[in-house]
Design a protein around this ligand. Structure first.
Ligand SMILES: Cc1cc2nc3c(=O)[nH]c(=O)nc-3n(C[C@H](O)[C@H](O)[C@H](O)COP(=O)(O)OP(=O)(O)OC[C@H]3O[C@@H](n4cnc5c(N)ncnc54)[C@H](O)[C@@H]3O)c2cc1C
Length: 398
């Protein structure tokens, strides 16, 4: 009997895994990649270390208009199954904080190289520098076509909306897309003055003036606004709300270890113990200099103002500025800088067990092209692997 012919569009995480699982069952697999080399996003992921998955994944780790869609695929390709797969290709993993998993080598290149070489050794044919434009032609030539084209995030690495355009050709609907795990732009005069200063702080997201979420972690001021893990972690609801023309603000707490009372008591104490010190120096003992200077500006105090001027009223004002600094968010840093995208191919039109289109037989979708967005911590790759595996299993069985 003739071996089934499978075409996979996209040599990223989901496409490579799908190709390997299909080729292991002796299917004829060809993978088409527009870039000159495969796996560009894997190579830069996790700051070059690749947070390859998370040991525990569930529906709640994902955002989608159809939240239960991910359940089946994630359960069928749990961390145990994934680890069996990675050890079969020689990839050794290490579990770190919060269940985040990395290659033991600590280098993303290991992941990309092993996946590509293993696929090639199984006979998968790679067509690099090959952008697919006509999916209907591909469907005539192959028994199954897998759309593993990813999302619009990070266009310099190949991010685009081709997969959604392919889906539309078969009557699929698209859930509106927006950048996520992305930096935020602020409407203020202060952030640029603090560019480069970083704190381990707390950020509260307000949507239409109501608290939406609170996150702790790095907050890095930049010339356009804010970056850092605490910001990336709130970027999904922030970006989706901006797309829906809602008002978005953040309240930054630069010193979460202090309460307002403790901080103003500290400032009053300084005014008594060290009245000739400048307020700037005292603030610089708590915060990076650029931030301390900007706080002085925001409170319209002279830079040479002395601690002796701190009374109860001023101490409360300074504490409030440090612990409750509100900024208006006016846009995100855009798809170009985003790690992932929200929205995508409507998953209610895709079989959750097989990833096959409910509109077109033998057409499959996997990875980020679908309306599935994971939170930070390895969840996006976890989805790419799990959905690529589900598609491959279905193709090899049918
Ligand atoms: C900077 C950065 C860091 C990240 N770090 C992490 C991390 O540490 N952990 C994590 O879980 N996630 C991380 N992600 C997200 C993760 O990379 C993606 O979720 C994942 O790669 C999605 O896999 P995919 O197979 O759906 O798409 P991709 O990996 O994007 O692959 C899609 C491929 O399809 C190709 N393609 C597109 N259109 C066509 C076409 N018409 N013809 C041919 N080829 C085409 C693209 O060039 C691309 O190679 C990161 C993303 C970025 C940008």
């Amino acid at each position: 009997m003739k071996n089934k012919k499978v075409a996979i569009i996209g040599a990223g995480a989901s496409g490579l895994l799908c190709a390997i699982v299909c080729a292991k069952k002796s299917l004829h697999v060809e993978i088409f990649e527009q870039n000159t080399k495969p796996a560009k996003k894997i190579l830069v992921s996790g700051n070059g270390r690749c947070n390859i998955t998370n040991i525990s994944t569930c529906q709640e780790d994902y955002f989608s208009d159809n939240p239960s869609f991910v359940k089946n695929a994630l359960e069928n390709f749990s961390f145990n199954e994934f680890e069996k797969f990675t050890s079969s290709i020689g990839l050794v993993l290490e579990v770190k904080d919060e269940g985040k998993v990395y290659p033991l080598s600590n280098e993303a290149k290991t992941v990309a190289t092993l996946l590509e070489n293993y696929a090639k050794n199984l006979g998968v044919i790679f067509h690099t520098d090959s952008k697919i434009r006509d999916i209907k032609k591909l469907l005539q030539e192959y028994d199954a076509v897998v759309v593993a084209t990813g999302s619009e995030a990070a266009s310099h690495l190949g991010g685009n909306s081709d997969g959604q355009e392919f889906a539309k050709e078969f009557g699929h609907t698209i859930i509106p897309t927006y950048p996520s795990l992305v930096q935020l732009h602020l409407n203020s005069n202060a952030h640029a003055k603090m560019s480069g200063a970083k704190v381990d702080g707390e950020v509260t997201l307000l949507i239409n003036n109501k608290v939406s979420s609170l996150n702790q972690g790095d907050i890095l001021f930049t010339d356009y606004g804010v970056s850092g893990f605490a910001i990336l972690d709130i970027s999904q609801p922030a970006s989706e709300s901006l797309m829906n023309v809602q008002s978005v603000d953040i309240v930054v707490n630069l010193l979460p270890k202090y309460t307002a009372q403790k901080l103003s008591a500290h400032l009053i104490k300084m005014s008594q113990l060290n009245p000739h010190a400048s307020i700037l120096d005292i603030l610089h003992a708590l915060l990076p200099l650029k931030i301390a200077r900007t706080i002085i500006d925001e409170l319209t105090l002279p830079h040479a103002a002395l601690c002796s001027e701190i009374n109860t009223k001023l101490s409360k004002k300074i504490a409030n500025q440090i612990l409750n600094w509100k900024f208006e968010v006016n846009e995100t840093h855009g798809f170009r800088h985003a790690e992932v995208s929200g929205g995508g191919v409507n998953t209610s039109e895709v079989n959750e067990k097989t990833m096959e289109s409910l509109k077109k037989k033998n057409l499959y979708f996997c990875g980020e092209v679908l309306d599935v967005l994971g939170r930070r911590g390895g969840y996006n790759f976890a989805w790419a692997w799990a959905s690529g595996y589900a598609a491959a299993k279905a193709i090899t069985k049918s």
